[in-house]
Design a protein around this ligand. Structure first.
Ligand SMILES: Cc1cc2nc3c(=O)[nH]c(=O)nc-3n(C[C@H](O)[C@H](O)[C@H](O)COP(=O)(O)O)c2cc1C
Length: 311
């Protein structure tokens, strides 16, 4: 790794940006799939930024088990946004991130109303040590009959616009794939003042034990991630990249540097590893090593590839 990072030529090839944050490498970790303990396996320098698990205003115990199931083509999860809540996050987690991370920290958060999102952002802004925000909009809006924020362009526009006025930091809106027109949602986020888009969050998925007829996941429908969603994530990345001018942080079934390259061709400026982290704790450094070697061999820069898919 030190041969790659700390080597000026390779670093220049890998460098990218997510809106207001310059990234040393185009790789982050997907919210909820990686925490500080996982950094014991490798040098965080291979990551351009660190995205934490989504936090909510109040603590959440999460859903009852069984809440994880590995399918033939990816993972089902029904964690239920388990997290310590904003107050404990600021008091206990944030100091640990500040101490242990020497890369930009992007805080993922989620609210139950536009007012609550704004209150959370104000408290995070007052805390320091944060480079940007990933706004998780895959959650019910109590002010709109519990319909998820991320499915309605008008709501996404209003939410982004309200948040934009409260921060000068990176403001990334993370989109759900469970919508009819993801480009319309991305455009609404951009019009509202988002500085980047992250996509995709999990698809809906379900698994049933064929012998007993019992749902593999206690709550029934779960979030589907990993290898099986890659073609969907790639198509949605391409679709959104065609629609917006702001950079895209893409994820969904990326396991290695070859997968990552496909997303760069489709228009992503950076990518995140999610489910892959559970399968291979060294997926991140391996991805960056492979990508750096590829760029060097081809004598190209990452920016030469982004959005360059041909037909
Ligand atoms: C166990 C698990 C927990 C997750 N928790 C969150 C979360 O808290 N917030 C969020 O925005 N996405 C969450 N996600 C979604 C991932 O960040 C990512 O968008 C999705 O899994 C697709 O990427 P992947 O196929 O590489 O895993 C979670 C995914 C998994 C598998």
């Amino acid at each position: 790794m030190s041969k790659i990072l700390g080597n000026d030529a390779s670093e220049k090839r890998l460098a990218t940006a997510l809106g207001r944050i310059g990234l040393r490498t185009p790789l982050t970790v997907a919210s909820g799939t990686f925490d500080l303990e996982s950094l014991e396996f490798f040098d965080s320098a291979c990551l351009g930024a660190f995205v934490c698990k989504t936090i909510t205003m109040e603590p959440k115990k999460g859903n009852p088990p069984c809440r994880l199931f590995e399918t033939k083509a990816g993972l089902l999860n029904s964690i239920g946004l388990q997290n310590p809540g904003l107050t404990a996050f600021i008091a206990e987690k944030l100091p640990q991130y500040r101490e242990k991370l020497d890369i930009p920290l992007i805080v993922s958060f989620s609210g139950s109303s536009i007012t609550e999102y704004c209150q959370m952002l104000e408290r995070l802004e007052a805390s320091g040590g944060i480079s940007g925000y990933e706004v998780n909009v895959s959650c019910p809006n109590v002010e709109n009959e519990g319909i998820a924020f991320g499915v309605c362009p008008d709501t996404v526009f209003k939410l982004t616009e309200a948040l934009k006025g409260l921060t000068d930091k990176e403001l990334c809106i993370k989109l759900s794939p469970n919508v009819s027109d993801i480009a319309a949602i991305a455009l609404a986020a951009e019009a509202g003042g988002a500085t980047s888009i992250a996509l995709i969050n999990t698809l809906f998925g379900m698994a049933i034990d064929y012998k007993t007829g019992k749902s593999r996941i206690r709550r029934g429908i779960a979030g589907y991630s990993g290898i099986g969603i890659k073609p969907v994530a790639l198509a949605l990345t391409f679709k959104v990249a065609q629609a917006v001018k702001i950079p895209i942080l893409a994820m969904g079934g990326i396991y290695d540097w070859q997968d990552a390259l496909e997303f760069f061709w489709a228009g992503a400026s950076a990518v995140a590893l999610g489910t892959a982290n559970f399968i291979n704790p060294l997926a991140a450094p391996e991805l960056i090593m492979g990508l750096a070697e590829y760029l060097l061999k081809k004598d190209i820069y990452l920016r030469d590839i982004i959005g360059g898919v041909s037909f």
